[in-house]
Design a protein around this ligand. Structure first.
Ligand code: PLP
Length: 1008
């Protein structure tokens, strides 16, 4: 029958609605494969969906649908599901005769408001968990429901999926391999699979059938709609289908399954044997999907939509193929709270009844006890990255330790987060950004090169190779041990290649026989000689390069697959480091540390190591740091660390004794400054620097009155707070004190005066402050401002403003301070100091944060005139200021900036970043302004009316953290993202930052 003879117009739909249900509403067409569907809108109600069948539609099928919905309504107490509305006569399915005399069936269901899964961005773990929960609840509600139609033949039923085999010829070779691999896997386990629990299930929680709440932050799944594919089948198929769609477009599909599975299991507990078939069931649903697409493509070769829709299915299928089915199963088991490896308990039981000694493993060593060495990312013993990468030094330290404990074997490392593996070679991009493979899953025994390693029990050689994959690891042997009713493996890494290649696969090695000799470097992968010993309950398909370190997110699975080898030896001293948990640290802080100290991020992070532009937490996870302008030349810059350590080892006293370090630092600074600024005072913090600067103002002018900018911050000491509008105009503040005059934030984007030519307007405001002071019969002391106002939200001063302000202040007898605590030492790129951008020369410059790269040292530079006036006879004594250690450190910081051309780097990388951020602002109008200089940039988020968007800014910073990028927010309205990383930040780092900014800006909460 012609389509236009059976289609229903919206007006007709509205008439049918009124006629059959006595409901008045406006209808709009919805897509539908079989039925003609209309959304019915009614004021003050969620509305309905009206479904009008094609002529002669299968009545039994429609009856099945209606009964199923009625069953869910009756049994699914916590469930939201479409409800069946009966017609005027009480019938759940009504009948009409259309204009062509055909019988048509009509059904009316309640509408569920929300948005479809496919439109939600981001789809986070908690959303997938709630999808699982809802699907589980639905399955629970459907238990006991039967209908003859539920037993039908159906191509989308995973249980019937082997029909796809007939179509493998439609695929290219790679595709064919994948599809037939899964078909074979499925077929091989079919007998067990056929025995699994069955019931009627929804069977189609695809990304357009799942309704998500409208909340843009932490939305949850409300309901699964469209029960058209419901069928009586294995319950695990229902889980598989929800998974197959919910894992599309994620980097790591296996990781994406887990929260969904947990959610399902929480409302409908799954059985161990069901979970064993999930990997195949997910695959087969995807195989059905790509096969249907391939068939449809032949029917409609020009239908581009078909091509687009099959792409994500193929992408995920290819990734799925790369996951070992057993590993997937173990991960699923762990997600359901079952021991990840089925033999975990067996191994534990067996190991507890059998004792082995280290003298059996290393007969030539004759030591049976161990001394635990902490090689975790937070270990002080391993020290600086550069030092533990220095093999000779590392070996020396091991030897020293061995001398200290001559009767013990230096060992450890099981479940230790290793800094050794935090180089980018061990990174992957997971669903939440970068993750480092950092958790060690074996034990290392640090022993001399060529120490013989012997078998502790009989085994069969299953691997004996030169373990040279991406990296070289030396000779690797894996033995298989058959014990009682299961087998396990022991792995021996970093032997000499020659000693392990003596074995042939399949050889038996008896207890006491030699396995190999420990390799030396470089052969063993450039480590100090040691045995990496690991127990494996599964070998998977590895022949080489078996993982010795695991991703943190998979650690529960890996520690079940690779149990603690010490279960065999039972050495006492092999436990990890005993550092406090984050919760313990937080609760102690809360009780015993200053109550107004704050913590960054909703879930605070414990940082244990810094390296260049990265920080690392205690699990070895790396964060790209765009916040820390203190770690100016890179976190734990080796030369700076060394300079401090070396000087600390000699002497650290106050500046009343002669020492050349203080002179050297003064010279290093003076070199960067205009000739007028050539007297230095060293202090310990930016606050102390500004405090001293204000004392100098008073000494020079005899006046107390200071002029400062709105939202300025100059430190935490008394006088600093008095000139910091950021503090006294903020929470807990009491407004400007009598001797402080505040002029409006010179922000030409959203400030009092806007646009390009605002310099004079803001300078007039400074003049008004001067007038105010004079009207009170006093005179100006000093004027203080940052060259780019940091807490104000990286506000660049309008061009020419500073020169005009300085002129006005000086005319009134005041002196000018440039607060360079944030921006100094080359960060701004074009110039070494911020005031140089504005062609002015201040009377005093205060320097802080970057000078010590994290060590507390700050400085006040002034003119001879200021210094002379300050030296009025009262000694300026500072216990710590200018001590040899601090000066050695700061000198090295300045030399590093100069030697490594880091000012130039700040200019180059900062300019690139700024240009790209401006481009981003065209794509995302939420970015109202991009500003700053060098590596001191700000991004201001506003709506179309320039209203600040603080929540979005906070969201963006927190989501960036989720992706391993640290950012800070600031500004009077908390709507500015600040970028001020260590100035070793590279273009690649900038590109990564931009990549994730774009990704998050695309998320629902960020769309205007
Ligand atoms: C511009 C400015 N001046 C002074 C200070 C005070 O420095 P410190 O915290 O080292 O005392 C800060 C600190 O954030 C600052 O941003």
């Amino acid at each position: 029958m012609e389509y236009n003879q059976i289609q229903i117009a919206t007006q007709q739909a509205e008439e049918i609605l009124l006629d059959l249900y006595n409901i008045k509403g406006s209808a709009s067409k919805l897509p539908g494969e079989v039925d003609f569907n209309f959304r019915i809108k009614i004021e003050n109600s969620e509305g309905y969906i009206l479904k009008i069948s094609r002529p002669n539609e299968d009545e039994n099928y429609l009856d099945f649908q209606q009964q199923l919905l009625q069953h869910v309504e009756a049994h699914g107490q916590q469930l939201i599901a479409p409800k069946v509305i009966n017609d005027k006569n009480g019938a759940s399915t009504a009948t009409i005769i259309d204009t062509f005399g055909n019988t048509r069936k009509v059904r009316l269901l309640t509408w569920i408001s929300g948005r479809v899964w496919s439109s939600v961005n981001p789809q986070l773990d908690c959303l997938r968990f709630s999808l699982g929960e809802q699907c589980g609840l639905l399955t629970k509600a459907l238990q006991g429901f039967t209908h003859s139609e539920a037993q039908r033949e159906f191509v989308w039923d995973v249980a019937q999926s082997l029909w796809t085999k007939e179509y493998n010829h439609l695929f290219n070779n790679e595709e064919k391999e994948i599809v037939s691999f899964f078909q074979k896997q499925f077929e091989a386990k079919k007998t067990d699979y056929d025995e699994l629990r069955k019931s009627v299930v929804h069977n189609d929680a695809n990304d357009n059938n799942v309704i998500v709440s409208k909340a843009l932050i932490n939305p949850s799944v409300k309901a699964a709609i469209d029960y058209g594919d419901a069928i009586h089948t294995q319950i695990i198929n229902d889980v598989a289908i929800a998974c197959a769609y919910a894992i599309m477009n994620h980097n790591d599909p296996l990781d994406a399954v887990l929260p969904l599975l947990k959610g399902y299991h929480s409302t409908f507990p799954l059985q161990e044997k069901e979970v064993a078939h999930l990997y195949n069931a997910i695959a087969m649903r995807l195989v059905i999907s790509v096969t249907k697409s391939a068939i449809n493509k032949i029917k409609e070769p020009n239908n581009e939509y078909l091509l687009i829709s099959e792409k994500p299915a193929w992408k995920v299928l290819k990734k799925w193929r790369a996951i070992h089915p057993d590993f997937a199963e173990y991960s699923f088991r762990a997600a359901c709270g079952i021991s990840a490896h089925p033999n975990q308990q067996r191994f534990h039981n067996w190991a507890s009844k059998n004792n082995f000694s280290l003298t059996e493993l290393f007969p030539t060593i004759n030591n049976n006890e161990t001394h635990h060495v902490d090689m975790s990312v937070s270990s002080i013993w391993i020290g600086h990255q550069q030092e533990f990468n220095n093999l000779d030094l590392f070996q020396f330290k091991i030897d020293q330790l061995q001398k200290e404990f001559p009767s013990k074997i230096i060992a450890g490392g099981y479940l230790e987060p290793r800094a050794l593996y935090t180089s980018t070679a061990y990174d992957t991009i997971g669903n939440k950004g970068k993750e480092s493979r950092s958790i060690h899953i074996g034990i290392d025994y640090w022993l001399p090169a060529y120490t013989p390693v012997h078998a502790i029990l009989d085994g069969e050689v299953v691997i004996a190779v030169n373990d040279a994959g991406e990296k070289e690891y030396g000779g690797l042997v894996v033995l298989k041990h058959q014990v009682q009713d299961f087998a396990f493996f022991t792995l021996y890494g970093h032997n000499t290649v020659e000693s392990v290649l003596k074995h042939t696969i399949g050889d038996r090695i008896l207890k006491g026989e030699k396995i190999g000799d420990l390799g030396n470097y470089p052969e063993n992968g450039n480590w100090a000689p040691h045995l990496h010993f690991q127990v494996l309950l599964s070998l998977f398909d590895y022949h080489i390069d078996y993982p010795g370190v695991a991703y943190l997110s998979q650690i529960n699975v890996w520690k079940s697959i690779c149990p603690d080898p010490n279960l065999l030896f039972k050495s006492v001293a092999l436990s990890g480091n005993n550092s406090m948990s984050n919760d313990e640290i937080i609760s102690y802080r809360k009780q015993h540390l200053g109550k107004s100290l704050s913590l960054q991020y909703k879930t605070p992070i414990k940082m244990v190591r810094g390296a260049g532009q990265y920080l690392m937490d205690q699990y070895g996870q790396k964060y790209l740091d765009t916040v820390n302008n203190v770690a100016h030349v890179g976190h734990e810059n080796y030369n700076v660390v060394k300079a401090g350590q070396n000087q600390m080892a000699l002497i650290n006293t106050n500046s009343r004794y002669l020492h050349e370090n203080i002179n050297a630092l003064a010279k290093e600074l003076i070199e960067t400054l205009p000739p007028e600024l050539n007297v230095l005072h060293f202090v310990n913090s930016g606050s102390e620097a500004n405090e001293l600067a204000i004392r100098m103002v008073k000494a020079v002018t005899g006046e107390k009155d200071m002029i400062a900018s709105e939202v300025g911050y100059h430190g935490n000491a008394n006088m600093c707070i008095d000139i910091s509008s950021y503090k006294f105009d903020g929470k807990g503040g009491h407004g400007a004190p009598e001797h402080t005059q505040i002029f409006p934030l010179p922000d030409s984007f959203r400030g009092k005066y806007r646009g390009k030519n605002t310099a004079s307007d803001y300078a007039n405001e400074v003049q008004k402050c001067i007038d105010n002071i004079q009207q009170n019969g006093r005179n100006v002391g000093g004027f203080i401002i940052e060259p780019i106002i940091s807490c104000g939200g990286q506000v660049e001063l309008p061009e020419g403003f500073l020169a005009q302000a300085y002129t006005a202040v000086r005319k009134a007898g005041g002196i000018c301070i440039s607060d360079e605590v944030q921006v100094g030492c080359g960060r701004l790129g074009k110039t070494f100091w911020g005031f140089q951008l504005h062609d002015v020369i201040p009377d005093i410059v205060t320097i802080g944060k970057p000078l010590g790269n994290g060590h507390p040292i700050a400085a006040v530079v002034c003119t001879q005139k200021v210094a002379d006036a300050f030296a009025n006879g009262m000694e300026y004594f500072n216990t710590f200021g200018g001590n040899p250690v601090s000066c050695a450190i700061a000198t090295e910081v300045l030399r590093t900036v100069k030697r490594d051309k880091l000012q130039e780097n700040a200019l180059e990388v900062g300019s690139y970043l700024k240009v790209e951020l401006k481009t981003l602002s065209k794509e995302f109008p939420i970015i109202g302004d991009v500003r700053g200089q060098g590596l001191f940039l700000g991004i201001e988020l506003v709506d179309a009316n320039l209203n600040p968007l603080a929540e979005q800014t906070d969201y963006l910073a927190n989501r960036m953290k989720d992706h391993g990028i640290l950012m800070s927010t600031d500004g009077p309205d908390y709507n500015v993202l600040k970028i001020k990383p260590p100035i070793v930040f590279t273009k690649e780092n900038a590109a990564e930052l931009l990549f994730y900014l774009r990704k998050i800006l695309n998320e629902d909460f960020m769309r205007l």
